[in-house]
Ligand binder design. Structure first.
Ligand code: HEM
Ligand code: HEM
Length: 184
């Protein structure tokens, strides 16, 4: 049950979930392509898009966490075994952690190697970390490692959502879909 007694995700939580899912999947695909593309204007543009979209993902993740804290989440399906309840709570928690740490690491590494960092080409957004290529390399390793962990966890998360919908045939996926009048 949510803090206001209703049993579904709020419209704004659903909107943010699907918007961020699309953004994160594009981020991973573009991120993986970047180091494999030769230099050129398209590569430069994609770097800028990757950086700005990543900062946006960070901001949206913070908004989403605040909403989660304020509005809560609907109860899990009552028939779910205890280990699956724990797995759901742990994996959702870890998804939130990675949605925050992956962009922070990318932002910090870029601030260390490649100043200035600008949001949308214009707004100065360099983090106060030392300008140091060796440090940047270490932080990029964290960025890549956590981004791969995020991609793996998203794959498990999607498989779990499909399992609920197609095998268990419960309400888990439906309550994250638009159009269900759960909450105002
Ligand atoms: C949710 C947010 C983000 C995701 C999922 C993400 C994911 C990735 C991935 C998968 C790679 C490729 C790693 C590889 O192939 O080795 C990458 C590279 C990169 N990311 Fe991100 N990233 C995010 C946010 C950011 C942010 C906010 C910045 C900077 C402000 C950033 C800067 C970079 C840079 C500069 C590279 C390329 C490094 C190189 O050319 O070696 N990323 N990212
Ligand atoms: C990058 C992609 C994705 C990310 C980062 C992500 C992240 C999350 C997070 C953090 C939650 C927990 C929400 C909360 O309780 O506050 C959640 C819930 C959920 N997600 Fe995703 N998600 C992604 C993609 C998907 C996809 C593609 C599907 C469907 C195929 C999906 C289905 C669901 C469902 C059904 C829930 C509700 C689970 C429940 O209430 O127990 N997600 N997602």
């Amino acid at each position: 049950m949510n803090s206001d007694g209703s049993t579904g995700y709020a419209g704004v939580q659903k909107l943010l979930h699907w918007l961020m899912a699309a953004l994160v999947i594009v981020m991973i695909v573009v991120g993986l392509s970047l180091p494999r593309m030769g230099p050129g204007p398209l590569t430069n543009t994609l770097y800028e898009v990757h950086k700005s979209t990543g900062m946006l993902v960070l901001a949206l993740a913070l908004v989403r966490l605040a909403l989660r804290w304020r509005l809560g989440a609907p109860p899990l399906d009552p028939g779910l075994p205890a280990w699956q309840r724990r797995a759901a709570a742990a994996s959702h928690g870890l998804l939130y952690v990675l949605l925050i740490l992956v962009p922070i690491a990318g932002w910090a590494a870029t601030s260390a190697c490649c100043r200035p960092v600008n949001f949308l080409w214009t707004v100065p957004a360099t983090l106060p970390v030392p300008a140091d290529n060796a440090l940047a390399k270490q932080i990029f390793l964290l960025h890549f490692g956590m981004a791969f962990a995020l991609a793996g966890l998203v794959a498990v998360h999607v498989a779990a959502a499909l399992h609920h919908h197609l095998v268990r045939r419960d309400d888990t996926l439906r309550r994250m879909l638009p159009g269900r009048p759960d909450r105002p």
